[in-house]
Design a protein around this ligand. Structure first.
Ligand SMILES: Cc1cc2nc3c(=O)[nH]c(=O)nc-3n(C[C@H](O)[C@H](O)[C@H](O)COP(=O)(O)O)c2cc1C
Length: 256
C-alpha cells in the first residue's frame, strides 16, 4: 500500500525538532501521507485507526534518557497488540534525534524499535539517527530572523534609492552557510525519504550537525545559560521549603 503514516512522537506542542524533520522528510515521500502527533493517551486510538489503511509508518522520535520517551512506550504496547490482532504488516522507519552531538547515541533507541517490530510482526526498514538536533531549532529561528531583517533592509534601501538586491544576496549566503552545517542531515533525510517512497530497507544511518564538538558545546552552554535565566530565574529554589504537591505522596512503612 502506498499510504504512509508519519508520527511525531515528541511531547512538545511547538518547536519540536522531530516534527520539523518529519515534515521535511514527508515532503519528499511519494503517495498518500498522513501526519499525526502522539503527545497524550488520547492520541493513541486515532493513530491506531490510521494504521489500518497504511502500508508504511514513520516514527519521528526524540531520544529521552538514551531511549524511547516514556509516553511512547505504552502506545507501542497497544500498537503491538493492535497489529497482531489485525494482521498488519507495516513497514517501519524511524527518524531519531537527540540533544547531544553524536547521532550514534540513538542506537539503543533504534534497537528498541527493531525489537518492537520483531514482536509485532512488522517489517523493520531502518532509519536515521541525528545528533545535535536542537541546533535545527536554532537554525530555523535564525533563518526566520534573518529573513525579517532582509525585508526590513530592502525597505530601507528602497526608500533611500539604493540597490535592494544586496540584502537578498547576503541572506542567501547566510542561509547557505547554515545549510552546510546540516548537509549530513539533509543527505540522510533525502535518502531515507527515497527509501520510504520505494518501500525498501534503508538500513541504519547516523549523522550530526556539522559543527566541531567544542564549538557545539560552547553554543549549547550559551543557549542553556540564557534559557535558565529566562525560565529558571536567578535565586529560585535556593532556600524554599519542600511543599509536596497534591498528586505526590510519600509512602511510608506504616502505609503498606
Ligand atoms: C527528558 C529529556 C531527556 C533527554 N535525554 C537525552 C539523552 O539521553 N541524550 C541526548 O542526547 N539528548 C537527550 N535529550 C534531548 C532531546 O533528545 C533533544 O532536545 C531533542 O532534539 C528533542 O526533540 P523534540 O524537539 O522533537 O522533542 C533529552 C531531553 C529531555 C526533555
Amino acid at each position: 500500500m502506498d499510504h504512509t503514516v508519519l508520527i511525531n512522537c515528541s511531547p512538545k506542542k511547538k518547536l519540536s525538532v522531530s516534527g520539523f524533520i518529519m515534515k521535511c522528510a514527508g515532503l519528499m515521500v511519494r503517495g498518500k501521507k498522513e501526519y499525526l502527533h502522539l503527545r497524550t493517551p488520547a492520541d493513541r486510538e486515532r493513530i491506531l485507526q490510521a494504521l489500518k489503511d497504511a502500508g508504511k509508518v514513520v516514527f519521528a522520535v526524540p531520544l529521552y534518557v538514551d531511549g524511547v520517551p516514556s509516553h511512547v512506550l505504552p502506545f507501542m504496547k497497544e500498537m503491538e497488540r493492535f497489529c497482531l490482532e489485525n494482521g498488519l504488516r507495516l513497514k517501519v522507519y524511524v527518524i531519531a534525534n537527540n540533544g547531544f552531538i553524536e547521532g550514534r547515541q540513538n542506537e539503543p533507541l533504534m534497537q528498541v524499535m527493531e525489537n518492537f517490530c520483531a514482536r509485532s510482526g512488522l517489517e523493520w526498514c531502518g532509519g536515521v539517527g541525528i545528533g545535535g538536533g536542537v541546533m535545527l531549532n536554532v537554525e530555523r529561528i535564525m533563518i526566520t530572523v534573518l529573513f525579517g531583517l532582509m525585508i526590513l533592509n530592502m525597505l530601507l534601501r528602497g526608500i533611500q534609492g539604493e540597490n535592494i538586491l544586496e540584502p537578498v544576496r547576503s541572506f542567501g549566503i547566510s542561509v547557505a552557510e547554515l545549510l552546510v552545517l546540516c548537509c549530513g542531515i539533509i543527505a540522510f533525510t533525502v535518502r531515507l525519504a527515497l527509501h520510504i517512497s520505494k518501500g525498501t530497507d534503508a538500513g541504519k544511518r547516523y549523522t550530526r550537525i556539522m559543527l566541531p564538538s567544542f564549538i557545539f558545546i560552547l553554543c549549547a552552554d550559551i543557549f542553556f545559560t540564557i534559557i535558565s535565566v529566562f525560565q529558571g530565574g536567578f535565586f529560585r529554589g535556593w532556600f524554599s521549603r519542600f511543599k509536596p504537591d497534591a498528586g505526590c505522596s510519600i509512602i511510608t512503612g506504616k502505609d503498606q
